[in-house]
Design a protein around this ligand. Structure first.
Ligand code: NAD
Ligand code: DAU
Length: 344
């Protein structure tokens, strides 16, 4: 199936993944209109899309608002004759969900429900939910998550994402809403908020501050460059089977300690900066994705190796210190002090 979409609503477009998605999409697709609905939480930065705003690109419309707003969302769908909704908006940080889960319920579950309800009533052609491998819980030393792996989320964040996935599934089964769910492993690359492992460790190492590694550092994540994930979402938008779930991964399993030592080596900093700290409660041991389904059906394949991507990412943060300085604001420092203060 090939959809011909050229008017889409992207939610959370000022966040890490969706800002990369919008920039890459508009670069490739001259006939695409993107309406970006973003609440501008601590993780959302209009700066990420400054190039589009400065160019006054008529293919891009920014709307400051909440996906849970029951009046705004239907109005936007009608006003811009939206054909597809791509829901990237979320509270996305596991540690914050452990600290305070309330916004995760409101945005990730109620917000998704509101988007689904408005999409159903507007008769849109596609609802694409951007989800995560974390809904599957944790793996032992062997095996991979497939799309049929039972959902077994372990954090309030992953439980809220799994709940949203189930609502999406129900809207497809009950109302026939055309839906696609994508589940991806850990992303890294430009514009990632510096609370997540890779940018956090880069920024701490620059300042010769201790690098907090949870538990024994042997937890494994499967790292994918953000632009490979974005390409997967675009393929799923264009060709994804209605009702399907697609797993995306980077084929790059690394322990956390491998990631942290690679960063230190690339920066020429000593391993003595590493501090093993109290583990994250409910910390999933290993994630790894079987992405043979999207490879077969969509032609998906990650293209950036972890080593190449990590080097480029370090370079990007080095070139964008002003961006970093501006996102490391008071609310950022308050959370970091509270969370890491408890774990010292
Ligand atoms: P992010 O935290 O960087 O950005 C989230 C964006 O959503 C921000 O711009 C924020 O302002 C916006 N937002 C939050 N609440 C909102 C609301 N109520 N209404 C409108 N906008 C709101 O997140 P990210 O890392 O870019 O993740 C994007 C999506 O991808 C999320 O759904 C996440 O679950 C999923 N995902 C992330 C990863 C990863 O490694 N980061 C991996 C797989 C899936
Ligand atoms: O797997 C996809 C998920 O990846 C996304 O759904 C989430 O939105 C995204 O935040 C990410 O979740 P993780 O919890 O895996 O990412 P994080 O960067 O927070 O942590 C990666 C690993 O590093 C994890 O095992 C915890 C560990 N860690 C993290 C931090 C912030 C540390 O050891 N020390 C730290 O200070």
């Amino acid at each position: 199936m090939q959809r011909r979409l050229n008017r889409i609503l992207v939610t959370g477009g000022c966040g890490f993944i969706a800002s990369n998605f919008i920039l890459a999409l508009l670069e490739r697709r001259k006939d695409m209109l993107v309406v970006n609905l973003d609440k501008l939480t601590y993780a959302g930065n209009k700066m990420n899309l400054l190039a589009l705003e400065q160019a006054q690109d008529s293919r891009y419309v920014f709307v400051h608002g909440d996906i849970a707003d029951q009046e705004l969302v239907p109005r936007l769908l009608a006003e811009h004759r939206i054909q597809a909704v791509l829901n990237f908006a979320a509270e996305s940080h596991v540690d914050r969900s452990i600290h305070d889960s309330s916004p995760f319920i409101t945005t990730n579950i109620q917000g998704t429900h509101n988007l689904l309800e408005a999409s159903r009533k507007a008769g849109i052609e596609l609802f694409l939910q951007v989800s995560t491998d974390e809904v599957y819980g944790t793996l032992g030393p062997k095996g991979l998550f497939t799309e049929d792996t039972p959902l077994a989320p372990n954090s309030p964040y992953s439980a809220s994402k799994a709940s949203a996935d189930l609502l999406v599934r129900a809207y497809h089964e009950t109302y026939g809403l055309p839906t696609v769910i994508t589940r991806c492993s850990n992303n890294y690359g430009p514009f990632q908020f510096p609370e997540k492992l890779i940018p956090l460790m880069i920024t701490l190492a620059w300042e010769d501050k201790p690098l907090p590694v949870y538990g024994d550092g042997a937890n494994i994540r499967d790292w994918i460059h953000v632009l490979d994930h974005c390409r997967g979402v675009e393929l799923a938008m264009d060709q994804g089977r209605s009702g399907a779930v697609y797993n995306f991964g980077g084929d790059a399993e690394r322990t956390n300690i491998q990631v942290v030592t690679s960063i230190l080596d690339l920066l020429g900093k000593p391993h003595s900066l590493i501090r093993y700290v109290q583990d994250r409660p409910g910390h999933d041991r290993r994630y790894a994705m079987d992405f043979s389904l999207p490879a077969r059906e969509l032609g998906f394949a990650p293209s950036v190796t972890f080593e190449q991507g990590l080097q480029e990412t370090i370079q990007w943060y080095g070139d964008n210190r002003e961006w970093l300085r501006r996102v490391q604001d008071g609310s950022y420092r308050d959370f970091m002090d509270a969370w890491y203060g408890e774990r010292r």
